[in-house]
Design a binder for this molecule. Structure first.
Ligand SMILES: NC(=O)c1ccc[n+]([C@@H]2O[C@H](COP(=O)([O-])OP(=O)(O)OC[C@H]3O[C@@H](n4cnc5c(N)ncnc54)[C@H](OP(=O)(O)O)[C@@H]3O)[C@@H](O)[C@H]2O)c1
Length: 312
């Protein structure tokens, strides 16, 4: 497994994060704790010990099934061997980054995950009504109570991060953003700077350069999706050229199309972490192996162009 550094803490972590949104969140199917326990062990044994949650996934169900599955391990899997991250701030029909909600949400998260602390807590989405002083109070309390070790945000612009960081004492170490070969706005915007092309539109305030400049680690969510609910671009008839290029390189590097798509994100010098949402052990293990692939500059750009992006 490739490792990256969380830039602000220097902590070495796996480049691939196990995303737990789909583990139980989008389904009412009966939950098999043994099967999920096996999945967690397989991930950890192969070096993927960083897990991403959110209280909104399955309205808490993703966290509670993970907590139940983990509890089956007993002493064979120690809490300190895992890095557990969760998010709060999305409620039914509104966003809420108020002090009281953050504190209440974290207590619920810890209870469902059956753990005493989170390694990382992220605010899930920018809240228009955020009062940064309140967030600062909440983060302070969570940190001093030993409930959260590190803090960050998700889907935040540079201005929103700077505003929050002005008040919050703890460093904001992570920003989680949607990013894939076919959802690469934060990359195309820089490449097509000053053009009149669609890719030149700045959708995020230049978050990629801002995070690199301020040593904030980017985490890429939905790395294999066209967009969150549109299915994967892998094997999609909408992306024939991209799939042909991925297949060609998959053969060269002895991996599959997902492996090359992952390697494409990891080749970016921002040193992103990538969140994989697969529920299949064999897919996860193939991705872990593929995290070691280093694409050439020419290959990186060839994939970029095959996805329909342009060079000015
Ligand atoms: N911060 C945010 O706002 C936000 C939003 C969304 C997600 N997230 C986080 O990001 C994580 C990943 O998101 P995601 O689940 O959308 O990511 P993803 O890894 O791009 O998508 C995973 C889904 O794609 C399917 N898939 C189909 N073909 C695949 C292939 N060839 N290779 C791999 N997967 C394939 C998987 O099915 P199988 O299970 O059958 O493999 C699974 O349903 C989530 O778990 C969550 O932790 C964060």
């Amino acid at each position: 497994m490739k490792k990256i550094k969380i830039r602000k803490t220097g902590q070495e972590v796996p480049a691939l994060v196990v995303g737990c949104m789909r583990q139980a969140g989008f389904t009412d199917q009966p939950f098999d704790a043994q099967k999920m326990n096996h999945f967690i062990h397989t991930a950890v044994e192969n070096g993927a010990n960083y897990f991403d949650h959110a209280d909104i996934y399955g309205m808490g169900r993703s966290e509670s099934v993970f907590g139940e599955a983990l509890a089956l391990s007993g002493a064979s899997l120690k809490r300190e061997d895992l890095i557990i991250q969760s998010k709060c701030g999305i409620r039914r029909g509104f966003f809420d980054s108020s002090r009281d909600h953050i504190l209440e949400a974290v207590d619920g998260i810890l209870q469902r995950l059956q753990t005493e602390y989170l390694d990382v807590l992220l605010l899930h989405r920018p809240d228009a009504l955020i009062e940064p002083e309140e967030v600062a109070e909440a983060f302070d309390k969570l940190y001093h109570d030993g409930k959260v070790r590190h803090f960050g945000v998700s889907n935040y612009t540079p201005g929103q991060i700077a505003l929050l960081q002005k008040y919050v004492e703890q460093e904001l170490v992570i920003n989680q953003m949607e990013c894939s070969i076919v959802h690469a706005g934060m990359i195309t915007f820089g490449i097509e700077a000053n053009m009149k092309t669609p890719g030149s539109v700045d959708h995020d305030g230049g978050i990629l350069d801002y995070c690199r400049l301020h040593d904030i680690t980017l985490q890429a969510w939905s790395p294999f999706q066209i967009s969150l609910h549109d299915g994967s671009f892998i094997d999609s008839p909408e992306y024939p050229e991209l799939n042909a290029k991925l297949a060609e390189l998959a053969e060269k590097y002895d991996t599959d199309k997902a492996g090359i798509s992952l390697a494409w994100l990891l080749r970016h010098p921002a040193g992103m972490q990538v969140l994989a949402g697969t529920s299949k052990e064999e897919r996860l293990v193939r991705m872990i192996k593929a995290s070691e692939i280093v694409l050439s500059r020419e290959e990186w750009y060839a994939i970029y162009l095959a996805a329909g992006n342009i060079l000015p």
